[in-house]
Design a protein around this ligand. Sequence first.
Ligand code: FDM
Length: 213
Amino acid sequence: EPKTIGQRGAFIVIEGLDRAGKTTQVKRLCDKLYSQGHNIKTLRFPDRTSPIGKMIDSYLQSQTEMDDHVIHLLFSANRWEKAKWMEETLKKGCTIVCDRYYHSGMVYSAAKHNPNLSLDWARAPDVGLPKPDAVIFLDLEPEEAEKRGGYGDEKYEKKEMQQRVRELFYTFESDMKVVNAGESLEIVGDHILEKIEETLKDVLEGRSRVGKF
Ligand code: FDM
């Protein structure tokens, strides 16, 4: 018997640094919640499948150059493309587990140290998007990331950039539940579950509405 019948679903976001194991943990969390009887949808940003997503993908692979503001607005537009679907899905009683969202949007762009692209500027285009019920931040020490085999080839996968991103994520500490991603898969998974337990209960028992950023 699905637990979410008659109630809205919960909106859970997993944020974090590259190499923190976001994708694996999103999968584990979905499997776990599904086994508990939740209706689940997953989402990841950037969603590289849409026309805007394809432009983002090309930028991240250094195949196209773009002004910092332009790519920032495309990342935001890529979330707005999904906003209506997200609202409808939650309303139907489906829980959404999402790999990255507007915190990534703000911090990666602001980490570029472009004097004309402040954190405030970066925040503005995302204002009004559906607000997650819980944001987990999978934090990883830079040394630990290195031990995991270093970063890949995409645009932002450089040590200095990752360090600035990490510092900026911490300016949003009060919005997020920090989980140390340096532990084993199982322990990280258990910590995530612990941190969202209360939120899930509030949502499923009808005590909380979908907010807006
Ligand atoms: N990224 C992701 C941004 O710069 N802005 C955003 O709004 C989002 C959602 O894109 F470096 C960055 C973060 C990362 C890159 O992300 C691709 P994935 O999770 O590796 O696909």
